[in-house]
Design a binder for this molecule. Structure first.
Ligand code: F6P
Length: 551
């Protein structure tokens, strides 16, 4: 099924040049458009420029574009071979050509194959389900025979951000709230997360999940070593029981897990063809399953699978990931808007910005194209974000009256869908409406400026709002596992669409690899000064200062 990298689709360079030129000319006009005029000129603008699929409504009408812009962008996508690249992705081609790998995260959410047929994905999910059942039912025991009260996920990047984001977002969907083990996440290598946690936890009732695709990431392994030390101090001489009862490993590298000491029965696998930042659908999603149960986890997969089908089947005019990808390209490469703010109006999505930052910037922060040439255009914008209502009191001033254009992305759930004890609290429903009112008001003000308020005239310049900040609003009908699955898959595919247009590989991260390597060399410099002569003057002096302070 694998398509070797030398058979990857090519693009039509001449057609791409023409499409790019047409977009540049179009952008020369569009740069003078104001969103307030676009709305005034076309009462049907929302109908023309909004779209829904899989329980998500996307409103692109507050973007600085018109239907002709989208036609031209689709022309560029055709010339760049998007169709063939999509086929290649879903046929398991080596779309990650610098590592000679497929990228088949979509395969993880396909319905399982029939019993009897070979299906490693289904088998690992079943293995994960057995563990989830044992942990949640209290059958999984610590080495003293106690049921587990606390599960700590240790991982970083894709082995942390996806499970963390989704577990927090879906916290209210726990089937039996309050009765489950508490879930904790430790990612940072500096010990600042694990130290206070170990102070609180009871080693007898704590289960550690070591999540690392490579099982070589120093951040995770250093936290793991500390946790192992803590447990072995608490329970000395237990003849392997500490490792067997208190550690689960999740990785694509079973031999490395075994070498570290993870018991065979406690190993969950996934595969090289699942990128770290695309892995929450795999056994890396164990913390999510512990939060919402396996039924909830399967709903998450279904939402993502439905979005996969939408991406594969919907015509580009009505294709959410394609349109989102094209619009980001328009903002960055044609309107020169180099920053994007991600603004969830829902505290349950508080880790969404960090998740998207990794997904997009680690995927598309690249500058070499498929031909090995440096690109002469921007790829991925700078992305940052925060829960919207808090951001209003932090950086919105810059969005409203600063000097830089920023594309904004508003995300909210139309219905809160509250359950549990708080479902009875009417004021909470009002708070949800208040939050949505803020979301809609902010995107309106950013788009229209003070023309939204019909103020102007004598208003002093420092009180004026220029507006014209473009935004997309994404409304989920409700924040359920299904909707979150669809939302995440939408972003994953959007990132792919952009990468095809930019001609880059979104599935490698060589820049990060180099950072990991040179940090290792620096440890020796700090420990004993070894190798400091070869350093630049700044790093040498800083290392010297640290050593002096530590002695
Ligand atoms: O940040 C680099 C990276 O390789 C990410 O792509 C990955 O998600 C993270 O490190 C963690 O890697 P691992 O799961 O192998 O520990």
């Amino acid at each position: 099924m694998s398509v070797p990298s030398h058979q990857l689709p090519l693009h039509d360079a001449d057609a791409a040049r023409d499409a790019d030129q047409a977009l540049r000319e179009h952008a020369d006009l569009a740069r003078h458009w104001h969103l307030a005029d676009l709305f005034a000129d076309d009462p049907e603008r929302f109908q023309r420029l909004s779209l829904s699929a899989c329980g998500l409504l996307a409103d692109f009408s507050k973007q600085r574009l018109d239907p002709a812009t989208l036609d031209k962008l689709r022309g560029l996508a055709t010339a760049r071979g998007l169709d063939a690249w999509m086929r290649c992705l879903f046929e398991g081609g080596e779309v990650n050509w610098t590592e000679g790998r497929a990228a088949m995260h979509w395969r993880l959410r396909e319905p399982g194959r029939a019993e009897g047929e070979d299906d490693p994905v289904r088998d690992q999910l079943a293995r994960m389900e057995r563990m989830v059942t044992r942990i949640l039912s209290g059958q999984w025991r610590g080495c003293e025979g106690d049921a587990i009260t606390d599960v700590v996920n240790m991982g970083v990047g894709g082995s942390d951000l996806g499970p963390l984001m989704a577990s927090v977002a879906l916290h209210e969907h726990q089937p039996d709230r309050g009765k489950r083990p508490r879930l904790h996440f430790v990612s940072s290598m500096d010990g600042s997360q694990i130290a206070p946690l170990l102070d609180e936890l009871n080693p007898a009732t704590t289960l550690i999940v070591l999540s690392s695709k490579s099982f070589t990431t120093v951040d995770t392994l250093s936290n793991a070593a500390t946790a192992r030390y803590w447990l072995e101090q608490a329970f000395p001489d237990r003849n392997g029981a500490v490792l067997r009862c208190h550690f689960i490993g999740v990785s694509a590298m079973p031999e490395r897990m075994s070498e570290w000491g993870i018991h065979d029965d406690n190993q969950l696998l996934f595969w090289e063809w699942v990128g770290g930042r695309y892995s929450l659908w795999s056994t890396i999603g164990l913390p999510i399953a512990l939060t919402i149960g396996m039924e909830g986890f399967r709903e998450l997969l279904t939402g993502a699978h439905d979005l996969d089908r939408h991406f594969r089947e919907a015509p580009w005019e009505a294709n959410l990931p394609v349109l989102m990808g094209l619009i980001d390209v328009w903002n960055l490469n044609y309107l020169d808007i180099t920053a994007r703010a991600v603004l969830p109006y829902d505290g349950r999505l508080k880790h969404w910005p960090a998740y998207v930052e990794q997904l997009e910037m680690e995927s598309n922060g690249k500058s070499v194209d498929r031909g090995g040439e440096l690109v002469d255009y921007h790829t991925c914008p700078v992305i940052w974000g925060e829960v919207g209502p808090n951001a209003q009191h932090a950086f919105y001033q810059l969005l409203h009256q600063g000097t830089q254009p920023v594309a904004c992305e508003f995300i909210a759930a139309a219905r809160h869908g509250r359950n549990g004890n708080s479902a009875e609290l009417q004021p909470l429903e009002e708070q949800h409406t208040l939050t949505l009112a803020n979301c809609l008001a902010q995107s309106r003000l950013l788009a229209l400026g003070d023309r939204a308020l019909e103020e102007g005239g004598d208003t002093p310049a420092y009180k004026r709002y220029r507006g014209n900040q473009p935004s997309t609003t994404l409304l989920m009908d409700e924040l359920t596992p299904y909707h979150l699955g669809a939302l995440v898959a939408l972003y994953e595919h959007k990132v792919f669409v952009q990468a095809v247009l930019w001609g880059i590989n979104p599935f490698d991260q060589w820049g990060v690899e180099m950072g990991k390597k040179i940090a290792k060399d620096m440890i020796r410099v700090l420990e004993n000064g070894e190798g400091s002569d070869g350093l630049d003057a700044s790093t040498r002096a800083l290392a010297g200062y640290v050593r002096q302070q530590q002695t």
